[in-house]
Design a binder for this molecule. Structure first.
Ligand SMILES: Nc1nc2c(c(=O)[nH]1)N[C@H]1C(S)=C(S)[C@@H](COP(=O)(O)OP(=O)(O)OC[C@H]3O[C@@H](n4cnc5c(=O)[nH]c(N)nc54)[C@H](O)[C@@H]3O)O[C@H]1N2
Ligand SMILES: Nc1nc2c(c(=O)[nH]1)N[C@H]1C(S)=C(S)[C@@H](COP(=O)(O)OP(=O)(O)OC[C@H]3O[C@@H](n4cnc5c(=O)[nH]c(N)nc54)[C@H](O)[C@@H]3O)O[C@H]1N2
Ligand code: SF4
Ligand SMILES: [Mo]
Length: 716
């Protein structure tokens, strides 16, 4: 028996785990009590890493689709096929004819973090998509204009705050997002234990709401009105106090003027939150000794995602809580500081637009809500090929039926993935990847958002017979740069290392004989602010604690003025659209929102028996009053219809959701032909993104509206 320490790559919490092994068999997974950050915490998903590793359906051999069915082939055969078809497609139709979609697990994958970029640059397509445009892109958008960098995102200083206002987030289930913080329950308890208060704004009475002091069941999609009314109240009652930041902020007067029309009385009807409640919330936020406002998925994937993301930080600034202990603070990561301040190219968006709908590029990517348009609409620049890396857009992006139709018609599709699923079944070649236990881990992306500065490198717990994902990515880079299927991977790796070293101002030789991600990470650590090397992390299997968050303004800022631009025009340009809702009276239209489930991970862990047991069901939650009105019976099937399609699923009557709102988790709908996931197929559920309308997007960022979708519901 042996024990290996691994950092869990399944969500943003970065828990340290002890994996016990009997030879190559995983016999147990427990929280690592010695981990400097997670201190023994783990959730049911982390505990299932063994089941994931041993899942017989997980791909271990490349698959090639011929005459409608998949065949196991060697790596050389798979790459021969890719080499025969991909360069020809690029040659004949141009670089934009190949779209790329990168999914969520890529954010937790060192190989993709470090070797994805060289490949995507070599492809050189403007049709670059990620799960970000069904997720957090509005936050990058607002942060970029506020602070100068799209990754200059402040996180709640949970360990010191005394007042936490959470909107559209359920961290007791999701384990936190855009705030890397293992063991949320302990962190929330500690806030209350130190006399602090937690306020949750969510159309559902979530687990987090239940653990909070106060819950406001807002009408979906109206958070920006509530936030503006809070801002309005701060100005109206003379409670604006910038504190230390006063010298570093432009545009406070502009914000006051913009907030003027949003009096609490004018938003109360449409948000469903009474005007005096809103005033009290504003006062408590302003008066608390250390307070922070935080918003997540319910505030980003909705009609006013960018305005919500902006207003959350505006509130933190106006209450003097940005960049102070217990407020919203900027982490300082050990490697690849995405929020390194100082002068750089000004943050900008819309440098190009999507061909069909003219949606803007943000962060180099186009909104995935328009991917199907780009595939299905003929003409110069039409997308004819697709590369997916760690993504399942067939389940996770809007108007899923239309996207499935689009994927069926592609000339050529390659997927790097662990499963033959709803998306990859459309691929011509699927290239498998090592399991999370077969690869080293360092959470390059998520440490950028950690509520405490930490660094943890964990080597692969088990050897693999598969190529590492970084090697596969380099091999694909060789193909798209015309070097054929057998390009010299080591030479390409040297080039990537040389480029990484150049940008870090280092000689690549300082990393010694290391290659692959190890070499790149060593370079990034050496160039980082803590004087670390990979050897330091190797000597600390439970992680290195680099201390609490520290104030970073003005050093962290990289706007042209060197100041926080509190009223940036690309963001505030959307305010008139919001003002259109002022004084509106709710019309009784039923709307759909999502919800996350503790034993589920977006779309892709439903093939694991330990996770799909029990309460983890894909149901439509509906309030008893709506159920009675619509004639719905608990446990019976209902049909849910939207502009884009219709699904059928069981009804769950509960007063957890507010009247007028139904909730369906996303990531289900495994009842399609031609996948290889027997457990998931037996627990299929329904695909809620059949109902998500691809035409509904957040104005500035093009991010999909996945919450607040108008639907009709009837007994099936
Ligand atoms: N209606 C609605 N839709 C939503 C959301 C919502 O709240 N409501 N949430 C959105 C959000 S926040 C997100 S992030 C997206 C997620 O959307 P996606 O990222 O498209 O979907 P995932 O379910 O994360 O699929 C991950 C895929 O990666 C594969 N995979 C797992 N590990 C690896 C690996 O190490 N390497 C490779 N190459 N592949 C791997 C899995 O097999 C799976 O196919 O869904 C979005 N969709
Ligand atoms: N167990 C588990 N953990 C996960 C994931 C998972 O699938 N399962 N996915 C991971 C990913 S990719 C992400 S991005 C994070 C997301 O992390 P969170 O954002 O914390 O996740 P959710 O549980 O979807 O919480 C969103 C909440 O917003 C509410 N909501 C919906 N519409 C509105 C609205 O208009 N206004 C307000 N105020 N609230 C609204 C929903 O009811 C829901 O409770 O979770 C991550 N962690
Ligand atoms: S909370 Fe997230 S990181 Fe921690 S064990 Fe669960 S899935 Fe893994
Ligand atoms: Mo996400």
């Amino acid at each position: 028996m042996a024990t290996a320490q691994v950092t869990c790559p399944l969500c943003e919490a970065t828990c340290g785990l002890d994996v016990t092994l009997d030879g190559s068999t995983v016999t147990g997974v427990r929280g690592d009590a010695l981990d400097v950050f997670s201190r023994g915490f783990l959730c049911p998903k982390g505990a299932s890493l063994g089941a994931l590793h041993h899942d017989p359906d997980r791909l271990r051999t490349p698959l090639l689709r011929r005459n409608g069915s998949f065949h196991e082939v060697s790596w050389d055969e798979a790459f021969a096929e890719i080499d025969a078809r991909l360069p020809a497609l690029l040659e004949e139709h141009g670089r934009d004819a190949l779209a790329v979609y990168v999914g969520n697990p890529a954010a937790h994958n060192l190989a993709v973090a470090l070797y994805g970029r060289p490949l995507f640059k070599a492809i050189g397509t403007r049709n670059f998509y990620t799960a970000g445009t069904v997720d957090q892109i509005p936050k990058h958008f607002s942060s970029g204009y506020l602070f100068g960098g799209g990754f200059t995102i402040p996180v709640p200083d949970l360990d010191h705050t005394r007042h936490l206002l959470l909107l559209g987030a359920n961290p007791l289930v999701s384990n936190g997002s855009l705030m890397t913080a293992p063991d949320m329950r302990a962190k929330l308890r500690a806030i209350r234990a130190r006399g602090g208060k937690i306020v949750v704004v969510d159309p559902r009475r979530t687990r987090t709401a239940e653990a909070a002091d106060e819950h406001h069941a807002i009408r979906p999609g109206t958070d920006a009105l509530l936030l503006f009314a809070l801002v309005h109240t701060l100005f109206a009652e003379n409670r604006v106090s910038l504190g230390r930041l006063a010298a570093h902020v432009n545009g406070v007067g502009d914000v006051a003027a913009l907030a003027e029309p949003f009096a609490p009385e004018r938003v109360a009807g449409v948000t469903g939150i009474a005007a005096d409640e809103i005033r009290r919330m504003a006062r408590e936020l302003a008066d608390a000794e250390r307070a922070v406002c935080y918003g997540r998925i319910g505030t980003t994937t909705q009609a006013f995602g960018t305005l919500c993301s902006w207003l959350v930080d505006v509130l933190n600034v106006l209450t003097g809580n940005l960049d102070t202990e217990g407020g919203a603070m900027f982490p300082l990561a050990a490697a690849g500081q995405a929020n390194a301040g100082g002068p750089r190219r000004p943050f900008t968006t819309g440098r190009w637009r999507s061909r069909v709908r003219g949606l803007p590029e943000v962060f180099g990517e186009l909104p995935v809500a328009t991917l199907a348009d780009e595939i299905l609409t003929e003409g110069p620049g039409q997308v004819r090929g697709l590369l997916t890396v760690a993504g399942n857009p067939a389940l996770s992006t809007p108007n899923a039926s239309r996207l499935a139709e689009a994927l069926r018609g592609l000339d050529f599709m390659v997927s790097l993935d662990a499963y033959l699923n709803e998306t990859t079944r459309h691929a011509h070649v699927i290239l498998p990847v090592p399991s999370p236990l077969e690869r080293p881990h360092y959470d390059l992306s998520l440490y950028q958002l950690a509520v405490r500065n930490v660094a943890n490198w964990t080597p692969a717990a088990l050897p693999t017979e598969l190529p590492q994902e970084w090697e596969t990515l380099l091999r694909l880079t060789g193909v798209v740069t015309g070097q054929g299927p057998d390009a010299d991977i080591a030479a390409l790796d040297d080039l990537v290392a040389a480029e990484t070293a150049r940008r870090a101002g280092l000689d690549p030789a300082v990393a010694g004989p290391r290659t692959g991600p190890q070499r790149l990470l060593d370079l990034l650590l050496r160039a980082g602010p803590y004087d670390l090397t990979l050897a330091d992390l190797e000597a600390a299997p439970h992680g290195v604690d680099l201390g609490p968050l520290r104030p970073r303004v003005p050093e962290v800022l990289s706007t042209a003025s060197g100041k926080i631009e509190l009223a940036p025009e690309p963001v505030t340009a959307d305010v008139p659209r919001l003002a259109g809702l002022l004084g509106e009276v709710p019309d009784g239209q039923l709307v759909l929102v999502g919800r996350r489930q503790l034993r589920s991970n977006n779309s892709w862990m439903h093939n694991l028996e330990p996770l799909v047991r029990g309460s983890n069901r894909c149901t439509m939650q509906v309030h008893p009053a709506d159920a009675a009105r619509l004639g719905l019976a608990d446990g019976h099937a209902a049909t849910v219809t939207a502009r884009t399609g219709k699904i059928e699923l069981p009804v769950e009557i509960t007063d957890e959701v507010r009247p007028g709102v139904v909730s369906i988790p996303h990531g289900w709908g495994h009842d399609v032909e031609g996948t290889r996931a027997s457990v998931a197929a037996a627990h299929a559920g329904a695909n809620s993104n059949v109902l998500a309308d691809e035409l509904l997007v957040d104005g500035p960022s093009g991010t999909a509206v996945l919450n607040g979708i108008p639907v009709e519901v009837a007994p099936a």
